[in-house]
Structure formats: C-alpha cells, structure tokens
Design a protein around this ligand. Structure first.
Ligand code: NAD
Length: 491
C-alpha cells in the first residue's frame, strides 16, 4: 500500500494488513510552517473491534505464545537494527509533526533503537523464581503475558514513549495495540511496518491512528484489552484509570509534572545555569520532567537570575531543521494559545516577565507556533503558573530561605515526577533527595535518563514504573505454582 502521499490518507495497521479510510481522516500539521504534512485515516469502532479480536487471536497462537525468549529477543534486536537504519526517517517525521529540533529528533531515534536492544537483552536473561518451600512441595512463580496490551502515547516524544512501551510489552509476550497521539502518529505507523519486517507475527503489533476521545476511548473500553499502558496528561490519565478500575484491569500511568529545580548557595552556579536552561527550554519545555519551578536560595537569588537571563537570551529560536537552532516551535497552535493564556494569568497575578512572554518577531517564524523562552519572577507557590503544568518554555523562579522552607514549597504540588538539586554539600544533597516527593531526583545534573533506571511519578504524576529490567514485569502477571513432592495424599 502507498503510505506517503498528502492526498491518500495514510493507513493504519491491523493484523499485518494496512487499513485506510478515504473519507474518515485527520490532518497532520507542521507546527514550524502551519502547512498540512499529510492526512491519516481514523480508526473507528469497527477497526478497534477487529484489532482487538485479531490481536487476541495472535497472542494465543503457539507461534508467539510459546516462542522461546531468545527467538523473541532476536526479533527485538532486528527491530533495533531496522530503527537504526531508518533513524533519519523517524527523526524527520517527528520534526515535521512536533517541531523538535533535528539533533533531538536524531537522538531520540537512536535511543529508541537502544531501548529495543535493551529489552532484547532483558528477554534473553530474565528469570523466574523458585520460592522457599514451607512443606514437601516445590513452589515457584511463573510470569505470563496479559494478552492484549493497549499502549497510548503523547506527542512530545512519540518514538521514545512508543519504544518504551512496545519493546517491554513484546518482550513479556503480549500482543500490542499502539494508539499514538493524533498530533504525532507517523512514528508508530513506521514502527508497525518495521515490526512486520523484523518478523513479528501478524497481529502482534497493531497501530491504530485517531483521536483520544474516539479511537483511544474505544480501545481502552474494549473488553478484550487486558492491560493499559498510558503516557500523557493527568486529566486523560485519570479518565483512563477510571475505565481500568471499572474493568478491573491493570494500568500504568506516566502523567504530567511540575518539577522543582533547586539551587543552594553553595552550588556551582555556572553548571546549575546550564542544567536549568536545558531542563526547561530543551524541546521548548514540552517535557514531562521539565524543571519548571526554579527554587533559588535567597542569598544567591539575584546573582543566579542574572546569569540565567544572560544564558537564556542566547538561546537561538528558529526553524527546527537549522543545525544552529536550539529551540523550535511548540507542537501545535492550540498549545501555544494555552501557554499564552497561562502567561497572561501570571501577569494578572503580579508576576514579572523577566524574559520572553511573547512570540518571536523574525519574519520567517510568523507562520509557525513559535514562542520565546520565558522567565517569570515575583510569583508565589500558589499562583496559577506555579501550580499548573504549562508544558512549554516557561520558567517560574522563586526564592527559598533554608532547607525546611524549600522542602515545604517544593513538595507543595499535586505532581511528583522529577526534581533537581544543585549543591556542593553531599550530605545536604542526600537529605533533600530523600525528602522530595518525586519519582526521580537529579543531583548536580538534570534530565539525564537511561533505559536501565526505573522511571515514574509520585502523586498525580502516575502509577507504575517503566524502564529497567522490571519494566517488563508491568506487562506480565505472576502465577504461583505449588507442585507436591509428597507421595502420600493430603492429611
Ligand atoms: P493527552 O493526555 O492529551 O494525550 C495522550 C494520548 O492519550 C494521546 O494519544 C491521546 O489521543 C490519548 N487520549 C486522550 N484522551 C484519551 C481517552 N479518554 N482515552 C484514551 N486515550 C486518550 O496528552 P498530550 O497532550 O498528548 O501530552 C502531553 C502530556 O503528556 C503532558 O501532561 C505531559 O506531562 C505528559 N507526558 C508524561 C510523560 C511521563 O512519562 N510521565 C511523558 C511525556 C508526556
């Protein structure tokens, strides 16, 4: 099937077959230019039914269910190799759809391949347990797949999130139905194509494109889906969690954040500034772990703010394909409007815009969803911009007096995804890391991530942990088995 024209809506993948609808489609828009990239077919209710039915059947086939782990690992390794081969295509698709700069798109494609390689290794080496016996029997734990897993991903880092879900869910032996964001659907479609080329049996990796309120909702509500893995906003996560509760199926939720980034007066301020700038402005701040609340110890507040403004002024905002550009547009025009409203609310609440707070003026950026890096001061921890996830290049800077004051402010948030601490006092670093209510803590660094370390949030930032060896376990259910060694009948 022809996959790549503007006029024919791109197809989606069910049971190894490409399905498209001439009349029922949505458009992918390039946020750097406002132009239509292409059309994609919308998967409707019947498509969801067909995908779940065929995936259930595929998951039960001996060819997949009984495939030995090293054979499954071989397929995952082939997928890693194919992603590497097509890395530029993945990067280009992402750049066209969410406007991230070329270097970041390329890094994310490389990291997706590494994720598949990692879970191929996990697949080969993962064991199960024989448990201590309390009688004349052998007791053990076997781990089995759920069957059909629905994997739902957001638009900010589509390929990263898709690899993070699909690789461990397949390693665990499930069939996967992937529903990418309507803003960034193409990486998933290409991943589906590569899965078939790598030797996945038809129906083991399916891709349904469409909106969350229709395609996504129909998928999570389908009785044949046995587990949901979701990354996205907290409101959608809550709605999906309620569906999972009603259906009594497990759900992993990776949700939003409002991460505190903390600078003590004994920190290396130059290094901290680099960490703060990367932590909030990379990817135009559209990162769940963005360090969006900056807490600076009062004694170095003015000094750090001056350095921070100087460094941020030098960020080059522009077209994402330009190798010198550090910040591209926001992913959608609607998202820019929301951010503008939030920055207006900061003005209304007494905030002082120290930098940015507006669109850039270069003529070549006028058609795109661009917004300048923005630094706001004079707000307190109760103001809207400090409480709500903005998911954009907006940094709120607050002062703190001492450790007690800092912990009180930093933990005063419904979110608990990530945090960063800059200090040269290692005992203090440890104390603060232990006191912060976040699933991730960076000390004297920020936004360093590896596939081998579990990732996930406290509080409203989510449930469950992806990544790491145990990242496979969220896609498996354990079965306790007792095997009598006693020739006599039970007393
Ligand atoms: P979103 O919640 O709007 O959408 C995410 C996905 O869910 C999309 O594929 C969407 O179509 C689908 N969806 C929406 N409502 C649904 C429903 N009721 N049923 C089924 N599917 C539904 O999020 P977004 O705007 O695409 O992404 C931004 C959000 O994602 C931010 O809040 C960000 O913090 C979060 N995020 C979290 C992490 C993490 O790992 N914690 C990573 C990246 C992004």
């Amino acid at each position: 099937m022809e996959q790549q024209t503007n006029l024919t809506p791109k197809a989606f993948l069910i049971n190894g077959e490409w399905v498209s609808h001439e009349q029922d489609y949505f458009e992918s828009i390039n946020p750097a230019s406002g132009q239509v990239n292409y059309r994609l077919s919308t998967a409707n209710h019947e498509d969801v039914n067909l995908a779940v039915r065929t995936a259930t059947n595929a998951a039960r086939q001996s060819s997949w269910r009984d495939m030995l782990p090293h054979a499954r690992a071989q397929i995952l390794n082939r997928m890693a190799a194919l992603i590497t081969e097509r890395a530029e295509d993945f990067a280009r698709l992402q750049m066209m759809e969410n406007g991230k700069v070329w270097a970041e798109c390329k890094n994310q494609a490389a990291s997706a391949a590494a994720t598949f390689r990692y879970y191929a290794g996990v697949c080969e080496t993962l064991g199960a347990e024989v448990t201590p016996s309390r009688g004349n029997y052998l007791s053990m734990v076997a781990y089995e797949p759920y069957g059909v897993v629905a994997a739902i991903t957001p638009w900010n880092s589509p390929l990263t999130m898709e690899a993070q879900k699909v690789a461990p869910a397949l390693a665990a032996g499930n069939a996967v139905i992937l529903k990418p964001s309507e803003v960034t659907p193409s990486a998933a479609v290409l991943l589906g194509e590569l899965g078939l080329a790598a030797g996945l049996p038809p129906g083991i990796l399916n891709v349904l494109t469409g909106h969350g309120a229709t395609t996504g909702k129909a998928l999570v509500e389908h009785p044949g889906v046995r587990m949901i893995s979701f990354t996205g906003g907290t409101a959608s996560g809550r709605a999906i969690g309620m569906v999972a509760a009603d259906r009594i199926i497990p759900v992993a939720l990776e949700l939003g954040g409002k991460s505190p980034h903390i600078v003590f007066d004994d920190a290396n301020l130059a290094a901290a500034v680099e960490g703060i700038v990367g932590g909030i402005f990379e990817g135009s701040g559209q990162s769940c772990v963005a360090g969006s609340r900056l807490f600076v110890q009062r004694s170095v507040y003015e000094k750090l703010l001056t350095l921070l403004i100087e460094r941020t002024e030098r960020i080059k905002v522009g077209l994402p394909e330009d190798a010198n550009v550090e910040m591209g547009p926001l992913a959608t025009f609607a998202h820019r409007e929301r951010i503008e409203q939030l920055v207006d609310s900061a003005r209304d609440e007494g905030g002082k815009i120290r930098l940015g707070g507006k669109r850039p003026e270069q003529p070549e950026l006028q058609q795109g969803a661009f917004y300048l890096p923005t630094i706001i001061t004079e707000l307190n921890n109760q103001n809207t911009c400090v409480r709500e996830e903005i998911f954009g290049p907006v940094l709120c800077v607050l002062a703190f007096e001492d450790e007690e004051d800092l912990i009180k402010q930093a933990n005063d948030s419904v979110y608990g995804l990530a945090s960063g601490i800059w200090t040269s006092n290692y005992q203090r670093a440890w104390r603060i890391a232990c006191a912060l209510e976040t699933g991730l803590v960076w000390i004297n660094t920020y936004k360093q991530l590896s596939i081998s370390t579990p990732f996930g949030g406290f509080k409203n930032s989510g449930i469950g942990r992806e990544k790491g060896i145990n990242g496979v376990r969220i896609y498996q259910q354990s079965k306790g088995i007792y095997w009598s060694m006693d020739p006599r009948s039970l007393p």
